[in-house]
Design a protein around this ligand. Structure first.
Ligand code: KIV
Length: 279
């Protein structure tokens, strides 16, 4: 049966109707599962750097890594909207490159649209992309690509002035044509305010329950990443101990000769076996 693909317009129209779900994925097997679970949006996040590649900062991944992983995800996903996360080098080093790099996410990697984090020239980049019919998800609050400028990985918009700046950024991104907006590490009442002011849906991560939807990094939600665990992370299943148990079983069964057993081995017929012996 043909599956109906979720579009940017579908996501926009969900505002006020039901909550939107979004998870990251970076490879084929997990993207298959996220899609099968009926999640609305699969984000190929640049959090790839931290949770898959073992790097310190999201600025350490570039177009090569992001396209490679986006391709694997788009081979797997049949229904969810696929968002390619533009890495720092794709649009912040030279904003003029933004459009060409966004096109690569769509044309080469099979993504449906892209995400950009707030930075000084982000409105110009968003306008350029939207002008070429590329759907853009914005991202404000804690923006990991420029976290050093925000005083580190901290909750943003905690005083009235900073909260006002976030509201202005949100309105500017909506006006520039974003179809949705990620709010990361924002006090719940500020997210509520922004969500009420915008016509486009907000997708929160550490931004409280009033957002129009929620996103989590997949490896955090599945208990596959323990190097640091932000306060907003909920482990919906703790896979690491389960996987570790399986790996230890494999080791023990090989070492004791329990595996491989008959059902996991191939045989040759007695006839052929005796022929070989007589050669
Ligand atoms: O890269 C990522 O995973 C993200 C989410 C945290 C929204 O940008």
């Amino acid at each position: 049966m043909d599956v109906q693909k979720i579009t940017v317009q579908d996501i926009r129209s969900l505002k006020g109707r039901r909550k939107i779900t979004c998870l990251t994925a970076y490879d084929y097997p997990f993207a298959v599962l996220v899609d099968k679970a009926g999640i609305d949006i699969v984000l190929v996040g640049d959090s790839l750097a931290n949770v898959v590649l073992g790097l310190e900062s999201t600025t350490q991944v570039g177009m090569t890594e992001m396209l490679y992983h986006s391709k694997a995800v788009s081979r797997a996903v049949k229904r969810a909207l696929i968002v390619g996360d533009m890495p720092f080098e794709a649009y912040q080093v030279n904003p003029k490159d933004g459009l060409a790099n966004a096109r690569r996410f769509i044309d080469e990697a099979g993504c449906d649209c892209v995400k950009v984090e707030w930075f000084d020239h982000c409105i110009d980049v968003v306008r350029a992309l939207v002008g070429e019919n590329i759907g853009v998800m914005g991202h404000i609050g804690l923006t990991p690509q420029t976290a050093d400028k925000l005083g580190g990985f901290k909750v943003q918009g905690k005083d009235a002035q900073a909260a006002q700046r976030l509201i202005e950024q949100a309105l500017e991104l909506e006006k520039a044509g974003c179809f949705s907006l990620v709010l990361e590490c924002v006090p719940d009442r500020i997210s509520g305010l922004i969500t009420a002011r915008l016509k486009i849906p907000t997708i929160g991560i550490g931004a409280g329950p009033e957002c129009d939807g929620q996103v989590l990094v997949l490896h955090d939600a599945l208990g596959l990443f323990d190097r640091y665990i932000p306060k907003f992370v909920k482990k919906f299943i703790d896979l690491s101990p389960l996987i570790l148990g399986g790996l230890e079983d494999f080791k023990n069964q090989v070492q004791t000769g329990v595996f491989p057993d008959k059902p996991h081995s191939f045989s040759i017929s007695e006839d052929e076996w005796s022929k070989l012996k007589n050669i």
